[in-house]
Design a binder for this molecule. Structure first.
Ligand code: NZQ
Length: 385
């Protein structure tokens, strides 16, 4: 196992009705900016619940944060924070609202040009406003991590930043807020969480017995509970299991002390910014091809994955690996996602555009061994056609 330095200060309030505690947790006297997305929280009662819990506070609102939150929109919120002397932020929504709020929190106190935060992946963040979240879509893990992904519309760039200064102070995870998710977002969330585990698990062995078991436990839970969430959308326990899985997939724990990949994510972000595919849709397309193209480098882990997740532990090794990949594709499709670029009307032209974007952002030696060159990315994309 590698040395590691695990940090995660976010308080988690998990379960039905937990948003009632918000009023006590947000400092009295704070000037609160409540951020949200396109209006789902107004339809499902979450808005009223949160406003009720904050009845004794000064609350100003900023709605309209779009999916794949845009720098341009978020800069309007930064101006509002300064104008209204906001000193606490509360993000209510999915990963996009939470990521966007992390950016607002850091940009509001940043001395330079805020896009620099994305250009240097958050290295220059010295301070951020405190913020909390009320999660309504289990997927990204943003509610319990210090990362965010922001899109600049003007240049069609999707970039990330990470910093210890942008962990939420607390996050409310009430599974009943997810009952109103469209099935597409249920499937997206499950596959996104699955992809997060895979990029921290499917690398090479470092004798990380416990992290492996945690990761495998999350994968198995998603494989069992994901289809149940589609079939029985009103089942609270299923929603709770999916929600906790998505949070733990990306809160740093399973990635502590192990190699990490993230090359599928990097390629996926280019597909989203160029062609507006949902983040999870890009993962559904790229994960199986990544496994096939990098089968040799990841052989030991693929065999472990085949044995422990899909019970394929006898016979020819290549057959076991292919069997595990085919089962992964089946699971992804069962969750309602498509697994090829052609399914979205994309052809060879899109491959060149993605490779150009990867090169422009210096993403030419990615993955746990830095061996995902542009040539390897090309093979993955070609296999995804
Ligand atoms: O905007 P509203 O009206 O709220 O609707 C949203 C949105 O249209 C809707 N929704 C959310 N909760 C709902 C609901 N609809 C009904 N009932 C509810 N309870 O769902 C739609 C998608 O929401 P969004 O927040 O965009 O989805 P997600 O949570 O998947 O976030 C995606 C963003 O997170 C980034 C992605 O790149 C993408 O920009 N990621 C962030 C990561 C992180 N911070 O660690 C890691 C990830 O890999 C990912 O890159």
């Amino acid at each position: 196992m590698f040395n590691f330095d695990f940090y995660n200060p976010t308080q988690i309030l998990f379960g039905q009705g937990q948003s009632a505690a918000i009023g006590q947790l947000v400092p009295l006297g704070a000037r609160v900016l409540m951020t949200y997305g396109g209006g789902s929280i107004r339809k499902n009662g979450v808005y009223d619940e949160v406003r009720g819990a904050l009845a004794g506070h000064t609350v100003i609102e900023f709605g309209g944060i779009e999916t794949n939150p845009s720098y341009e929109t978020l800069m309007e919120a930064v101006a509002l924070v300064k104008q209204e002397k906001i000193d606490f932020l509360l993000a209510v929504g999915g990963g996009s609202v939470i990521d966007g709020t992390k950016f607002i929190a850091a940009a509001a106190l940043y001395k330079g040009e805020p896009w620099e935060l994305l250009e240097n992946n958050g290295k220059t963040i010295e301070a951020a406003l405190p913020f909390a979240t009320v999660l309504t879509l289990p997927a990204t893990g943003s509610e319990m991590n210090g990362s965010a992904v922001i899109t600049r519309e003007a240049t069609r760039e999707k970039r990330w930043f990470a910093s210890r200064k942008v962990y939420p102070v607390f996050s409310v995870l009430d599974p009943s807020t997810t009952f109103t998710l469209p099935l597409r977002q249920v499937g997206n969330g499950v596959i996104e969480a699955f992809a997060h585990v895979m990029e921290q698990y499917l690398t090479y062995p470092v004798n990380s017995a416990l992290q492996d078991r945690f990761a495998e436990g999350i994968l198995q839970t998603l494989i069992e509970e994901g289809p149940r969430a589609l079939a029985n959308p009103d089942d609270y326990d299923v929603r709770a299991n999916v929600m906790l899985s998505a949070t733990l997939a990306m809160n740093g724990l399973i990635g502590a002390g192990v190699p990490q990949d993230w090359s599928a994510h990097a390629i996926g972000h280019q597909l989203t910014s160029l062609y507006e595919l949902d983040h999870a849709q890009t993962m559904a397309i790229l994960l199986p091809s990544m496994m096939r193209v990098r089968r040799d480098a990841k052989r030991a882990r693929l065999l472990q994955y085949a044995a422990r997740i899909w019970n394929l532990d006898g016979g020819d090794e290549n057959g076991r690996i292919e069997g595990a990949i085919v089962r992964t594709e089946f699971f992804i499709r069962h969750m309602g996602l498509k697994t090829s670029l052609a399914d979205y009307g994309l052809d060879h032209g899109s491959i060149e555009a993605v490779l150009t974007a990867l090169e422009a952002h210096g993403m030419t030696a990615m993955g746990e061994q830095r061996d995902v060159t542009l040539e390897v990315s090309r093979k993955v994309l070609e296999m995804s056609l």
